[in-house]
Write a protein that binds this ligand. Structure first.
Ligand code: MLT
Length: 324
């Protein structure tokens, strides 16, 4: 009996048999929670809201950002690791929570390399060395000399032990022998408010976070810790061109709990990819000194490789700096 192709497809459809498991095919059927392990208004929060707003349109469901700050972001990422792997809890951690935390929290309740389903790096952005507007130094050379003479009377703001602002500041201060008082916040959003207000003296923070205040002239920028200048800060020199050996790049990354079904992981990656390839988001990234991962850097394998290499890179650096 010669069953036409059309008849066969109709028969299969009538049986409700689909090639894709029903769960993933319908996912998402309710709003998704995106945990940001830092306070609202900081760089991790800003970039998460930027991409998840676009993702929600692709996925057809709201993505609700939940800020869970504390302990350099490790509290929020612990919550994310413990959530059900059903696609309704995702999180955006960063180089601090996903690479430095193991060296700084001996009892960390998650392993960045094995406790999550990796989705992708969301953005890369260099760190920038900034101070309150009224700090005397006019350039990086003067800042280094000023900090050498005065750091013990100054405050350095960060987003908690293990955050990028903590780690990059820890390395910067140890490298040059500065010993400021460390002031912890639940994110560099609130820390930046106090830098603008003059309550703290300096920070090393994600360019993504400080560019608007530098452009507005409410804080002072000394250098971008990057090999080349960034278009969003054309007048801010790099540490490299100033002959200062301090390069530090930040990255934010989207993850889900370990055990997420592959088809749901693929759907989240597809929606994130569409966001990162959207011209309006590409433009916003440029304004915020950020770049999206491309090629092999994008996706689960690229993120897994980055986490493993960054843990291996930063752990001895932190231990050596702590020993100084
Ligand atoms: C960090 O220092 O890890 C981040 O800048 C914190 C944040 O996103 O608020």
């Amino acid at each position: 009996m010669n069953i036409t192709r059309r008849t066969a497809i109709a028969a299969i459809a009538a049986l409700g048999v689909t090639a894709v498991p029903a769960v993933a095919q319908q996912y998402p059927t309710k709003p998704i929670t995106a945990i940001v392990p830092f306070a609202a208004g900081g760089p991790t929060d800003v970039v998460t809201r930027l991409v998840t707003e676009h993702m929600s349109r692709t996925l057809g469901q709201q993505i609700v950002v939940e800020n869970i700050g504390g302990a350099g972001g490790s509290i929020g990422m612990t919550r994310a690791a413990a959530a059900a792997p059903d696609g309704y809890t995702i999180a955006v951690g960063n180089m601090g929570t996903q690479s430095a935390a193991p060296a700084l929290y001996p009892n960390l309740k998650y392993d960045p390399a094995t406790s999550f389903t990796q989705i992708s790096v969301v953005n890369f952005t260099p760190q920038t060395i900034v101070s309150k507007k009224t700090l005397e130094p006019k350039d990086l050379k003067e800042l280094l000399a000023y900090l050498k003479a005065n750091s013990e009377k100054l405050n350095y703001g960060h987003a908690g032990v293990g955050s990028i602002s903590y780690v990059s500041g820890f390395v910067f201060n140890a490298q040059f022998g500065f010993k400021p008082a460390l002031v912890a916040y639940k994110g560099t959003g609130p820390a930046l408010n106090d830098l603008v207000g003059g309550q703290i003296d300096y920070m090393v923070d994600q360019s993504l976070n400080v560019i608007p205040q530098i452009t507005a002239g409410t804080i002072k920028a000394y250098a971008v810790a990057h090999p080349e200048r960034i278009a969003a800060l054309p007048d801010v020199p790099t540490t490299k061109e100033l002959g200062v050996d301090f390069i530090f790049s930040a990255w934010n990354a989207m993850v889900a709990p370990k055990g997420l079904p592959k088809d749901i992981q693929d759907k989240l990656l597809d929606a994130l990819s569409k966001a990162m390839d959207d011209p309006t988001i590409i433009k916003r990234y440029e304004e915020l000194g950020s770049t999206a991962p491309k090629g092999a850097d994008r996706g689960p394998a690229g993120l897994q490789k980055l986490v493993e290499s960054e843990v291996a890179r930063i752990t001895p650096v932190l231990k050596a700096a702590a020993a100084k």
